[in-house]
Design a binder for this molecule. Structure first.
Ligand code: UDX
Ligand code: UDX
Ligand code: ADP
Length: 482
C-alpha cells in the first residue's frame, strides 16, 4: 500500500463524484484524476466541448472543468483501464433506498457498491486503496473489505471511509473551503499508510487541523448523523411554522431570535415547503433501519419523526392550496415556480415539488411549471418514477393515492421555458424553489395577467408579502400568522 499516490480514479460521475474529482484535479495538478461511469451519455456530457452541456449545473463547476480537463482530469467509460492504472479508487456510485425485498423503502440499496468492489477485486493487479465516498450505512467498509479479500489475487487492499459533506448548489466552494475533511481508516499499519496517502491529497488545500482522522465506523456514522441533524433542524423549524400560522407569530422572526443564541446558531433554520435532495430522507431512513436492526426502537422512532414531519409539511402546503381555492383545484391552472429541490442546482431528487404536484394532480389540477435549470424530460421522469414507486415508500402520503397514467399526466402538466407564459391566466402561483430570479420578476404585470382573485403560495418565503399584498394578490406564506 503506497503512502503517496500519483494516479486516482473515481467510479461514478454524478453530483458527488464529478465536482469532487474536478476540485481535486484543480488543486493537485501533478495528480492524474480519471472519472469513470457506466452511463455513456453522462460521460459524453462531461467531455462536451460546450461547458453549458455538463450533466450537472453547479455554480463555478464549468470553470474548474475548463481548467483541469485534458490536463490531469479525464472522463471515461473505460472502467477496467482506470482501475488498473490507479493506486487509489474512489467509489461514488448511487445508493438509493431499496424499492424491493428486505428493507424495502428503508434500507440503502448497496448493489452498485458491491458491483464496484467485485469489479475492482477482479481487475486489480497491484495493491489498491479503496475510498468509500458514497453515503453508506455503518459497516459497509467491512462488506467491501470482505469482498476484496475473498478474491485472493495476491494484492493488498485497504478501505478508507471519506464521506463527502458538500451541499449541491454550493459544491465548489464547499469543496474548496471545507469545514472539515473526515477520513476513517483501518487500525493497522497498512490502514495508516492508506490514510496518509489520502491526507496528502487534501493537504494541498485543506489546513491540517481541518482534516479529522477517526476509526472507520465513526466516519461512516458521522455522515448519517450530520445529515440527520441538518434535516432535524429543518423539520424542527417547519413544525414551529405550523404553530406560527395558528398563533399569529412569524417563523422568520422566531428563527432569527433563536438563531442568535450561539448554542443554536443561525444557519439551516429556513422554514420551507419541506426538505428534498438525494440525501436527507435516504440517510435518515438508513439510520432508522439500522436502529431497528440493533433493537433500538426508541431511537428509530425519534429519527423517523423527522421524515414524518417533512411529509406533513409538504401535505400541509398542497392542502392549503386546495382549501384556499374553494376546496377544489380541478381544471384550475396552477403555476409552479421552481422544480429543483433547492436553488442553483438542476437536481430534482426527492424535491418537494414532485409531491405537491402529485397531490394537486390527484385533485385534477392543471400544472404549469417553470424552472430555470430543470429540463422537461426530467420533470416527466420524476412524475413517472413516483407513479411506479408509490407503494414502495412506506412513509409518505403518496401511498394513499392510486397511480396515474402518464397519458393523463401529460395532459395536465405543461413545462415552460418562459416564466410569464407559465403564469399567464393562472388561478394561483406556488413558489417551490428559492431561485433568486423569482424575486426580480415584474409582479405587477403577472398580477394583471392572472385570473382574480390571484393567489400566491410562497413555499420559500422569498417574495415580499407586503409588495404582493399591495399589488392585490391573495398571499399565503409558510409560518406567517395573521
Ligand atoms: C436552560 C437554557 O439553557 C437557558 O437558556 C434557559 O434560560 C433556561 O433553561 P439551564 O436549565 O439552567 O438553562 O441549563 P442548561 O445548561 O441549558 O442545561 C440543562 C440540562 O441539559 C442540564 O441538565 C445539562 O446537564 C443538560 N445538557 C446540556 C446536556 O446533557 N448536554 C448538553 O450538551 C447541554
Ligand atoms: C445535504 C447536506 O447539507 C450536505 O452536507 C450533504 O453532503 C448532502 O446533503 P444537499 O441535500 O445538497 O446537502 O442540500 P442542503 O442545502 O442540505 O438542502 C437540503 C434540503 O433542505 C433542500 O431541499 C433545502 O431547500 C432544504 N432546506 C435547507 C430548508 O428547507 N431549510 C434550510 O434552512 C436549509
Ligand atoms: P450522487 O449524488 O451520489 O453522485 P448520482 O446518481 O448523481 O449520485 O451518480 C452516481 C453515478 O454512478 C451515476 O452516474 C451512475 O451511472 C454511476 N454508477 C452506478 N453504478 C456504477 C458502476 N457499477 N460502475 C460505474 N458507474 C456506476
Amino acid at each position: 500500500i503506497p503512502n503517496k499516490v500519483n494516479s486516482i480514479c473515481c467510479i461514478g460521475a454524478g453530483y458527488v463524484g464529478g465536482p469532487t474529482m474536478a476540485v481535486i484535479a484543480k488543486q493537485c495538478p501533478h495528480l492524474k484524476v480519471t472519472v469513470v461511469d457506466v452511463n455513456k451519455d453522462r460521460i459524453a456530457a462531461w467531455n462536451d466541448e460546450c461547458l453549458d452541456n455538463l450533466p450537472i449545473y453547479e455554480p463555478g463547476l464549468s470553470e474548474v472543468v475548463a481548467e483541469a480537463r485534458g490536463r490531469n482530469l479525464f472522463f471515461s467509460t473505460d472502467i477496467v483501464s482506470a482501475i488498473k492504472e490507479s493506486q487509489m479508487i474512489f467509489i461514488s456510485v448511487n445508493t438509493p433506498t431499496k424499492t424491493y425485498g428486505v428493507g424495502k423503502g428503508m434500507a440503502a440499496d448497496l448493489k452498485f457498491v458491491e458491483l464496484c468492489a467485485r469489479q475492482i477485486a477482479e481487475i486489480a493487479n497491484e495493491d489498491k486503496i479503496i475510498v468509500e465516498k458514497s453515503t453508506l450505512p455503518v459497516r459497509t467498509a467491512q462488506s467491501i473489505k470482505q469482498i476484496l479479500s475473498a478474491y485472493q489475487n495476491g494484492c493488498q487492499f485497504r478501505v478508507l471511509s471519506n464521506p463527502e459533506f458538500l451541499a449541491e448548489g454550493t459544491a465548489i466552494s464547499d469543496l474548496l473551503n471545507a469545514d472539515r475533511v473526515l477520513i476513517g481508516s483501518e487500525d493497522d499499519e497498512l490502514g495508516k499508510r492508506a490514510e496518509e496517502a489520502l491526507v496528502d491529497i487534501y493537504s494541498h488545500w485543506i489546513p491540517k487541523e481541518r482534516i479529522i482522522r477517526t476509526r472507520i465506523w465513526s466516519s461512516e456514522l458521522s455522515k448519517l448523523t450530520a445529515n440527520a441533524f441538518l434535516a432535524q433542524r429543518v423539520s424542527s423549524i417547519n413544525a414551529i411554522s405550523a404553530l406560527c400560522e395558528q398563533t399569529g407569530a412569524d417563523v422568520d422572526e422566531v428563527a432569527h431570535a433563536i438563531g442568535m443564541d450561539s448554542r443554536i446558531g443561525s444557519k439551516f433554520l429556513k422554514s420551507s415547503v419541506g426538505f428534498g435532495g438525494s440525501c436527507f430522507q435516504k440517510d435518515i431512513l438508513n439510520l432508522v433501519y439500522l436502529c431497528r436492526h440493533f433493537n433500538l426502537p426508541e431511537v428509530a422512532d425519534y429519527w423517523e419523526q423527522v421524515v414524518h414531519l417533512n411529509d406533513y409539511q409538504k401535505h400541509r402546503f398542497s392542502k392549503k392550496i386546495i382549501d384556499t381555492l374553494f376546496n377544489t383545484v380541478s381544471g384550475k391552472k396552477i403555476a409552479f415556480l421552481g422544480w429543483a429541490f433547492k436553488k442553483n442546482t438542476n437536481d430534482t431528487r426527492e424535491s418537494a415539488s414532485i409531491y405537491i404536484a402529485d397531490e394537486l394532480l390527484q385533485d385534477q389540477a392543471e400544472i404549469h411549471i417553470y424552472d430555470p435549470k430543470v429540463s422537461e424530460q426530467q420533470i416527466f421522469s420524476d412524475l413517472e418514477f413516483l407513479q411506479n414507486n408509490r407503494r414502495e415508500y412506506h412513509l409518505n402520503n403518496t401511498s394513499q393515492f392510486e397511480a396515474m397514467s402518464m397519458d393523463k399526466i401529460r395532459k395536465l402538466v405543461h413545462v415552460h421555458s418562459d416564466p410569464y407564459a407559465a403564469m399567464h391566466k393562472a388561478h394561483a402561483i406556488a413558489v417551490l424553489t428559492e431561485w433568486d430570479e423569482f424575486k426580480t420578476y415584474d409582479w405587477q404585470r403577472i398580477y394583471k395577467d392572472m385570473l382574480k382573485p390571484a393567489f400566491t403560495f410562497d413555499g420559500r418565503n422569498i417574495l415580499s408579502k407586503r409588495m404582493l399584498d399591495e399589488i392585490g394578490f391573495e398571499t399565503y406564506n409558510i409560518g406567517k400568522g395573521d
